[in-house]
Design a protein. Sequence first.
Length: 459
Amino acid sequence: SCFLLSQSRGSALPASSANATIWDLLSAMDFWRRSFRVFRRDRPTSEPQTPSSSEQQADSGAKRAEREPWCILNFDEKTETDPHRRVDVLIVGAGSRGKCYSFFAVYFSKRMKDPAIAFAKKGYHILLEKPMAVTPEDCEEIVSVCKENGVILAVGHILRYYPVSQKIKEIIDSGMIGDVVHIQHMEPVGQWHFAHSFVRGNWRNEKESTFSLLAKSCHDIDLISFWMGGKRCLKVSSFGHLSHFTKEHKPTGAASRCLECAVEHTCPYSAKKIYLTDHAEKGMLGWPVNVVCNNSHCDIENVIEALKTGPYGRCVYECDNDVVTNQVVNMEFEGGVTAAFTMMAFTYAMGVRRTTVYGTKGELSCLGRGPVEVFDFLTHKRSTHPITMPVCIPAQLMGHAGADYYMMDSFVTAVAKNEPSYILTGPDETLRSHLLVFEAEKSRREKRTIFLENGKEKL
């Protein structure tokens, strides 16, 4: 995981206080740098800003002024009345999504916990990308060291900050649907997304990264735990399999690379189709195309060259992938409340999660960004609860409908005010959901139900 270290400024905190966080998007880094750094008082407000190379790529020729409403989220204007908002930021480590940082996690995944431990011992507050680490022991050590050193730890389970997740939690806690009996939750990964990230990409192989449930769906297991409130999981079982993306399913006449393949036009996972036809040739040079180009300038010529020689041009039936494509997780919580989660690679929708919560007085349902609908068993009436979406947030921070921004804002506020209650993804709740993911994967591998005590298998 990548860290972003930022030393807090202002009279309320000692000069040595600092925080650490990861940041996913290079273009967003520039926003946070300008928003939270200590500004020189003599700097004129009209000082021109030079766009970073990543911003220039994301703009695709569009005027930055038309896209970035900095005047609305200009924290510099608040420095006189709210000095605690002012922090310096410094990118230090390796992250799984940021363009310059992803390869650290690929090549040195076993070392992801080391920076967190080191910074915590030095008193730095930490915002750590999910997953915290790739073993339960390392996750426990990170939490333990952070507690011992009295530092704030937040983990990037951004979906807790997602407006839809917040609305679902609000309705459950209000008692509108009565007592929760069962939660059904599904994450559709998307067929080409899975081929990109989990067949050809960085998260395809467990030895080089980790298993699918931890890499992709620990968000969702955490969400279920979040909606369950204080109830602990007592049992978990899981089933899953690597389907289709194997050598046995390679079509007759297919080549090792899509650009050389005679039957490429018949394949829905064609790299030529995904990266060139559907993206680059339409001027869409952001994700996933910019990952294909790696560190080179992203244009059609470089995309073609990368597909000829790089990992993203390989036939999906000849990759070294071994992570599962489909998995279900069944959970029983305290009080007999149950939950079922499904992760599916082969879907048209990408990331459009579907949630149904069954209560004793009503049924809650939500698809994607909402709205949330509730059917009342007494009145037989259906009510609609719209989602209040964030406005005036720069495009780079609108990931997950603004949840990325809210997570960062909550963390910075918590550090600035020395108040961990602003954080929804603190050490205890995050460790609990991480451990549940590890136990679910153990159940899948060992083909048995796992009985839990304090988050781990009951011995």
